[in-house]
Design a protein around this ligand. Structure first.
Ligand code: ZN
Ligand code: ZN
Length: 457
C-alpha cells in the first residue's frame, strides 16, 4: 500500500489527467489523503485509448462513466475529506454514485452545494451526505491539510482555485479557470490574489490544460453579450439559442438581450429550468430579468420570441432535437426562424450536431455556429496560452503539473510553463504518482485506475 509519510507531499490523479472529463484528484501527506473533485464523463468508452494493455473491451460505450475509486475506497479511513471546486458535472457528477464508498464530508461553497443537493434529492443519499459550506477566502483544516478557497473566474457561478497547504509544502490547484474581467456572474478576475501567492513559496501548480494549445486570451462573457446582441438584433423571426445549462452567465446575457430586443425569453429543457431555479434561489439571477412561461411562447408573434434550449450537442431527446423534428409539444419553428449555437461542439459530437444542423436547414431555418460566426457568441471557460503564462509569472511555482486535458493539451501546457521559467514540469496521466516533496519525481502507472459505468438517475 502506498502511504505518504510525514515529509511527503504527493499528487495522484485517478481521473481527468490524460483526458477531459471525470476529474478525481488526490493529495497525500502524513498518512492521509484529500480528494479534490469527483466527476463523470458522458458517452465514453470504458477504457481510454491510451491505455493499451488493458484487458477490458474498448468497444463498449456507456452514457455516464466515473473514475474507478478502488485505490482510495480501499483505504477510506485515510481519506480526510472531499473538496468540490465547482458545480460542473466533470467535477461533482460522480458523488451520487461513488460517495457511499468513502462516506466522508464534502467541503464546497453554497451554489455548488445546492446543485449537489438537488442532484441527490431523488436518490437514496438525499440528506445523508454531510456537506460543509465554505465561503470565498476561507481556510479550512481538513485532516492534515489546510485548504484555502481562492476566487477565480470560469463559466459558471462560484468557481474556486485551492491553496492546499501541508508542513511538507503548498500547492495551488487551479481547477477550471480563465481570466475574465467581466464574467457577468460573480466578481471580475482578481490578479492580486495570485500575485500574493508568488511570495508564498508555492511548491507546485496543478492546473487546467484544456485550451493550452490555443494562443492569446480567452473571450470574456461580456464580449459574448455584444456578439450575441449584434447577431440577434437584425433577426425578424423566432430566435432559438442552444447553450450549456450550467452557463448561468450566458442565460443572464440572453435575458438582457431579450429585454433589449423586445422579445420574451423562455427556457426549454429540464436542466435549464433546474439551473435557473438554483440561480434564483441563490440570489444570482437579477430580479429585473423576467423569464416567460415556456407554454406561452408558441402563441406570440415570431419576432417576440427568444428561446433558450438544451441539446446543443445534438442529444436525441433534448429540446433542440425536438424543435428540429417538430416533436416539441409547446413550440413549432418555421421558415425564417434562426437557431444559434452559443456553445462549442465537444469533440466526438461533430456528427450529431451536423445532423441537427441539416434538419433545421431542411426546414428553411437558419443556423449560426460559434465556430464559424464572425462575432463572439460563445466564450470558453478555460485559459489560453497567454493566461497560463500570466498565472505562472504571478505564482512562480517550482513545479508545473498539467491536468484536465488530453496528452496534447498537457504537453502544450508544460511547454508554456517552461517558457516562463518553471524549472520542473511533469506530464503524466491517471494512475501516476507525482511525488512533490521531499524529492520531486514521478512514478508511472503505480495506482490502479479505470472507468466504471454508472446509472443515470
Ligand atoms: Zn468547469
Ligand atoms: Zn472541468
Amino acid at each position: 500500500m502506498l502511504e505518504p509519510g510525514i515529509d511527503d507531499l504527493w499528487f495522484a490523479p485517478l481521473g481527468g489527467t490524460g483526458e477531459i472529463g471525470m476529474n478525481l484528484n488526490l493529495y497525500g501527506h502524513n498518512g492521509q489523503w484529500l480528494m479534490v473533485d469527483c466527476g463523470v464523463s458522458f458517452d465514453e468508452p470504458l477504457v481510454a485509448p491510451y491505455k493499451k494493455n488493458s484487458t477490458q473491451s474498448s468497444k463498449t460505450t456507456h452514457r455516464v462513466v466515473a473514475p474507478d475509486p478502488a485505490f482510495i475506497a480501499g483505504q477510506k479511513d485515510a481519506l480526510a475529506g472531499i473538496v468540490i471546486t465547482h458545480a460542473h458535472e466533470d467535477h461533482v457528477g460522480a458523488i451520487p454514485y461513488l460517495w457511499q464508498r468513502f462516506r466522508k464530508p464534502i467541503y464546497t461553497t453554497s451554489f455548488t452545494a445546492e446543485v449537489l443537493r438537488r442532484k441527490l434529492s431523488k436518490s437514496k443519499l438525499a440528506n445523508k451526505i454531510p456537506i460543509v459550506e465554505v465561503s470565498a477566502g476561507d481556510s479550512v483544516n481538513i485532516g492534515v491539510f489546510t485548504v484555502k478557497w481562492l476566487e477565480i473566474t470560469h463559466s459558471l457561478p462560484e468557481p474556486f482555485a485551492l491553496k492546499i497547504e501541508t508542513p511538507a509544502g503548498a500547492v495551488l490547484h487551479t481547477a477550471d479557470w480563465k481570466i475574465d474581467a467581466a464574467p457577468i456572474t460573480g466578481k471580475p478576475f482578481e490578479p492580486k490574489l495570485y500575485k500574493q501567492l508568488g511570495n508564498e513559496n508555492i511548491l507546485a501548480l496543478v492546473g487546467d490544460s484544456t485550451n493550452a494549445n490555443k494562443p492569446g486570451f480567452s473571450v470574456s462573457e461580456r464580449n459574448c453579450y455584444d456578439g450575441l446582441l449584434s447577431t440577434i438584433l437584425p433577426l425578424k423571426g423566432r430566435v432559438v439559442v442552444g447553450c450549456f445549462a450550467s452557463n448561468i452567465a450566458r442565460l443572464i446575457t440572453l435575458a438582457k438581450i431579450a429585454r433589449k430586443t423586445g422579445r420574451y425569453m423562455g427556457l426549454y429543457g429540464r436542466s435549464l429550468m433546474n439551473m435557473y431555479g438554483i440561480a434564483r434561489q441563490q440570489g444570482i439571477w437579477p430580479d429585473d430579468l423576467p423569464v416567460a412561461d415556456a407554454h406561452h411562447l408558441g402563441y406570440l408573434p415570431p419576432k417576440e420570441v427568444l428561446v433558450v434550449a438544451t441539446g446543443s450537442q445534438g442529444e436525441k431527446n433534448a429540446a433542440l432535437a425536438r424543435f428540429a423534428h417538430d416533436t416539441h409539444p409547446h413550440l413549432q419553428l418555421e421558415k425564417g426562424d434562426t437557431v444559434i449555437f452559443s456553445s462549442i461542439v465537444i469533440p466526438g459530437n461533430e456528427e450529431t450536431v451536423a445532423r441537427l444542423d441539416k434538419a433545421f436547414k431542411g426546414k428553411g431555418i437558419s443556423t449560426v455556429h460559434s465556430e464559424s460566426s464572425p462575432l463572439p457568441i460563445h466564450a470558453s471557460g478555460h485559459p489560453c496560452a497567454e493566461e497560463l503564462k500570466l498565472m505562472y509569472s504571478w505564482v512562480k511555482p517550482q513545479i508545473a503539473i498539467p491536468v484536465h486535458g488530453e496528452q496534447t493539451h498537457l504537453l502544450a501546457h508544460a511547454e508554456i510553463a517552461k517558457s516562463v521559467g518553471v524549472m520542473k514540469t511533469y506530464v503524466g496521466e491517471n494512475g501516476d504518482l507525482y511525488r512533490l516533496a521531499p524529492q520531486p519525481s514521478i512514478r508511472r502507472n503505480v495506482i490502479p485506475v479505470g472507468r466504471l459505468p454508472v446509472q443515470q438517475e
